[in-house]
Write a protein of this length. Structure first.
Length: 370
C-alpha cells in the first residue's frame, strides 16, 4: 500500500444558523480535506475542521493546509500506508504541534487501512463496545427566545442532551438562559454548559454555584486551558463534575490533569490529539486515572464525524456520550450517505474504512476558490 498521491483541499461550509461562543461567532466552518491515493488506486480521506481562524486553538485551515502541503505531502509520497504507528511518530517528529494537520492525515491512513481489509476502522481498534452513542446538541449563544425555540424543536426530534455555550455574557445572563432552557425541556433532559475558557477562577465558582439548582451533568472548560490548578480547585469546590477540553490535547496533558485532580471527564477530539491513536491514548490515561470520557467535535462533516465516531464506538471509557452533531448544523456535506441519527443518538457505521463514501463533486462544490 504505497502512497502515490497526496491532495490537500481547502473548503468552507456555512452553518445553518450563526454559532456564537465565548471566543467567536461562526458563519461557516473552514475545512482542510486530505485525499490519499495508493499506487494501486485505493483512496482514503481525512478532515481537519477549524472554527473561523486560529480561535479555538493556534491552528487555522490556512495553517493546516500550508503545513501539509509543504512539510507532510512531499514526505508521505512513496511511504507504506500500512505503518500507521510508524508514520504517526515520524510525522510528529517532522511537524511539531499542529495536531489538526496531523489528524487529517492519520484519519486518511486509517480509512485506507480499513478499506484495504474490507472492515470498519472500529474493528481494527478492538471492535465496537456500543452500537450507538448518545448525542448532545450544542445551543450556541442566541436570543433567549431563539434558544428556547431551538431546544424545544430538538426535543421534538428526539434529542435528550443539550450543551449551552456560556461565558460570552455576564454570569446572571447565563444563569437566566439555563433556567429558561431547563423550564422548557423539563427535568428528564440532560443539560451541560461549556465556557470555552471564558471565565476566571472566581467567576467560574460564582457561575457554577448559581447554576447548581438546574441539575447540570457537567461544566466544560470553565477557565483558561493552561490553568490546571484552577480546574483542580474548581473541581474540588463544587458538586458538578468538571470536564477538560482545551486543557487536554495530548496523553501528557491528560496525565497532568489526572495528577492535578478535580477534573472528572476528559473531552476527546481526534483533531486536538493528532488522530485516532492520540485520542485513544488520552482515553487510556483517563481509564487508568478513573476518569470518564466524552467525544467532542469541531463541527465536522460526515467524513470527520465518521472518524470521531470510530473512537466513540470502540473506546470503553467514552461513558458521557458525544456531540457529533456537525452534519446536522452544516448546510452541506461531502459524502453520499451522511452519518445517521435516531432517538437522540448517532448510529454505528459498519462500512469499510471510516464508513462513509466521499463524493468528490460535493467536495468541489465547497472548495475554496481564491
Ligand atoms: Mg468544548
Amino acid at each position: 500500500m504505497i502512497i502515490g498521491d497526496v491532495r490537500v483541499i481547502r473548503a468552507d461550509i456555512p452553518v445553518a444558523r450563526p454559532h456564537a461562543m465565548s471566543f467567536t461567532t461562526l458563519e461557516a466552518v473552514n475545512f482542510v480535506f486530505v485525499r490519499l491515493e495508493t499506487r494501486d488506486g485505493l483512496v482514503g480521506w481525512g478532515e481537519a475542521a477549524c472554527l473561523g481562524g486560529p480561535t479555538w486553538s493556534e491552528e487555522s485551515a490556512e495553517s493546516v493546509a500550508a503545513t501539509l502541503e509543504r512539510y507532510v505531502a512531499p514526505w508521505l509520497r512513496g511511504r507504506d500506508a500500512t505503518g500507521i504507528e510508524a508514520l504517526r511518530i515520524e510525522m510528529a517528529r517532522r511537524v511539531q504541534g499542529n495536531p489538526f494537520a496531523r489528524a487529517a492525515v492519520e484519519m486518511a491512513l486509517w480509512d485506507l487501512a480499513g478499506r484495504a481489509l474490507g472492515v470498519p476502522v472500529h474493528r481494527l481498534l478492538g471492535g465496537r463496545v456500543r452500537d450507538r452513542v448518545p448525542l448532545s446538541w450544542s445551543l450556541a449563544v442566541a436570543s433567549p427566545d431563539a434558544e428556547v425555540a431551538e431546544a424545544r424543536a430538538r426535543v421534538a426530534l428526539g434529542h435528550r442532551i443539550f450543551k449551552l455555550k456560556t461565558a460570552a455574557h455576564p454570569v446572571a445572563r447565563d444563569v437566566e438562559r439555563v433556567r429558561r432552557i431547563r423550564e422548557a425541556v423539563g427535568p428528564d433532559v440532560a443539560l451541560r454548559v461549556d465556557a470555552n475558557q471564558g471565565w476566571d477562577r472566581p467567576t467560574a465558582l460564582r457561575a457554577i454555584r448559581a447554576l447548581e439548582p438546574y441539575g447540570l451533568d457537567f461544566v466544560e472548560q470553565p477557565v483558561a486551558r493552561w490553568d490546571l490548578e484552577g480546574l483542580a480547585h474548581i473541581g474540588r469546590s463544587v458538586a458538578v463534575p468538571i470536564m477538560a477540553d482545551e486543557s487536554c490535547f495530548t496523553p501528557q496533558d491528560a496525565l497532568a490533569i489526572a495528577r492535578a485532580g478535580g477534573v472528572s471527564i476528559l473531552a476527546l477530539k481526534l483533531t486536538k490529539s493528532a488522530g485516532i491513536l492520540g485520542a485513544l491514548a488520552v482515553a487510556r490515561v483517563a481509564e487508568a486515572a478513573g476518569l470518564g470520557c466524552y467525544v467532542g467535535c469541531m463541527i465536522e462533516t460526515s467524513l470527520g464525524t465518521a472518524a470521531y465516531l470510530q473512537v466513540a464506538l470502540a473506546a470503553a471509557p467514552v461513558t458521557w456520550g458525544c456531540e457529533l452533531f456537525g452534519p446536522l448544523l452544516l448546510r452541506g456535506d461531502v459524502v453520499r450517505q451522511p452519518v445517521r441519527y435516531a432517538d437522540g443518538a448517532i448510529l454505528a457505521l459498519d462500512g469499510p474504512g471510516l464508513g462513509v463514501e466521499v463524493d468528490e463533486t460535493f467536495v468541489k462544490e465547497w472548495t475554496r476558490r481564491a
